[in-house]
Design a protein around this ligand. Structure first.
Ligand code: PEP
Length: 254
């Protein structure tokens, strides 16, 4: 389906793969995707593989993403990785506020917003994740939760920064569970998110923001999800760990 916004499909490898395994996957993706131009493809390996994967992607259109970063700059922040370090490795995108970090590291919206600002200030493009839990959906408060996350996680960004931010709508109940939101459920929340963006940052900005869907995206459901008017790509976990399924998702999205 033709859209004004270029689709962006990103693979979130999470805490998986050694450096050698990461390089093997990248080699397969480069072979299978060639110089694909129809959409943006991003891979997000673990921190430990970023340097090697960066070098392997130097002659590729596939972009490099990180799965997280600190909100701090360089300095006395033991154990943290800052935006400048990622830029140094030619990282282009950074996933922020993934539900696993919101759940296991108790990352609040305000921290996600500070990270998003630090990312933009270092010319990294954040992929800001939002999404409701099953209990929240069943309680009928999905719009409240997602609206609050969008407002809170983008607080303090300029309109240009919001426009360049990618949003990933990832219903928590669909992540790694094999349960995918129906295309109608995804479209409904994507349109809602675009409405919140329009209220907060104006129509022109809202129209340009790319909103990915994430949650058990597979080759078999990618085409229908990507066919929705407000779905502008996918954030893919499990199915991005193998070249075959990730490439099929990409091919089925064009
Ligand atoms: C994710 O972790 O962002 C994700 C969407 O995972 P999965 O595709 O495995 O549900």
């Amino acid at each position: 389906m033709e859209k004004d916004r270029k689709l962006i499909i990103a693979g979130n490898w999470k805490c998986n793969k050694t450096v050698a395994e990461s390089l093997a996957l990248v080699a397969d993706l480069k072979r299978d995707l060639g110089s694909i131009k129809e959409l943006d493809v991003v891979v997000c390996p673990a921190f430990t593989a970023l340097d090697a994967v960066s070098k392997a992607l130097s002659d590729s259109v596939i972009r490099l993403g990180s799965q997280n970063m600190g909100d701090n700059g360089y300095g006395a922040f033991t154990g943290e990785i800052c935006a400048g370090m990622l830029r140094d490795l030619t990282v282009r995108y950074v996933i922020l506020g993934h539900s696993e970090r919101r759940q296991f590291q108790q990352e609040p919206d305000a921290l996600v917003a500070r990270k998003a600002l630090a990312a933009h200030n270092a010319s990294l493009l954040p992929i800001v994740c939002v999404g409701e839990t099953l209990a929240e959906r069943e309680a009928g408060i999905t719009h409240d939760v997602v609206g609050r996350q969008i407002r809170g996680s983008l607080a303090g960004l300029t309109p240009d920064q919001v426009e360049a931010t990618v949003i990933a709508y990832e219903p928590v109940w669909a992540i790694g569970t094999g349960k995918t939101a129906t295309s109608a459920q995804a479209q409904e929340i994507h349109a809602f998110i675009r409405g919140v963006l329009a209220q907060e940052h104006g129509d022109a900005v809202a129209r340009r923001v790319r909103i990915q869907y994430g949650g058990s995206v597979k080759p078999s459901n990618a085409r229908e999800l990507m066919g929705q008017p407000d779905v502008d790509g996918a954030l893919v976990g499990g199915a991005s760990l193998e070249a075959k399924s990730f490439v099929e998702i990409i091919r089925n999205s064009i």
